[in-house]
Design a protein around this ligand. Sequence first.
Ligand SMILES: Cc1cc2nc3c(=O)[nH]c(=O)nc-3n(C[C@H](O)[C@H](O)[C@H](O)COP(=O)(O)O)c2cc1C
Length: 159
Amino acid sequence: MIEQPLIRIICTSVHHNNTGRVADTLADALHANVHSPEEAKTLDVSESDLLGFGSGIYFGRHHQSLLQLVDSWPTRPCRVFIFSTAGLPFLRWFQHCALRRRLVRRGFEVVAEFCCRGWDTVGPLWFMGGINCKHPNAKDFANARAFALKIKDTIQKDH
Ligand SMILES: Cc1cc2nc3c(=O)[nH]c(=O)nc-3n(C[C@H](O)[C@H](O)[C@H](O)COP(=O)(O)O)c2cc1C
């Protein structure tokens, strides 16, 4: 019997559940479970082959609860991927910086990153219906799925 790699996704999605729906797509493709940062505090993640971390982007970074979770963990050499939805996804490299830096500092190996557009009604954007209406859409979910399958391939080759 082929042993499935143990993959967990830790996600919080507080604005419109944009990232939550992307997390479900990734979890489905990877046969992974999705946990909140709160649940992840009590999880034994040391046996995981791969961890995914994701949230919306709020003021240029991932959600505070994810950043605090990583800060509270001991150093562990495990592979991870980062994902997000954002009003301005083309700023992905910069907006993932705070989380990426923390993960690297804790000994994680960041193997892949994904970001797509998410419906954004922050502040005055609310009055015009927001930006990125209807995102993530079917194409975003298809891209997320392709991203997940690519990582799965890499993990399975090494497993
Ligand atoms: C308080 C707040 C701050 C935000 N700041 C940013 C930002 O700095 N950069 C960006 O690209 N999007 C920003 N956004 C847009 C969100 O990242 C986007 O709507 C995301 O899809 C929300 O994900 P969620 O529904 O999973 O919470 C912000 C949204 C909110 C509510």
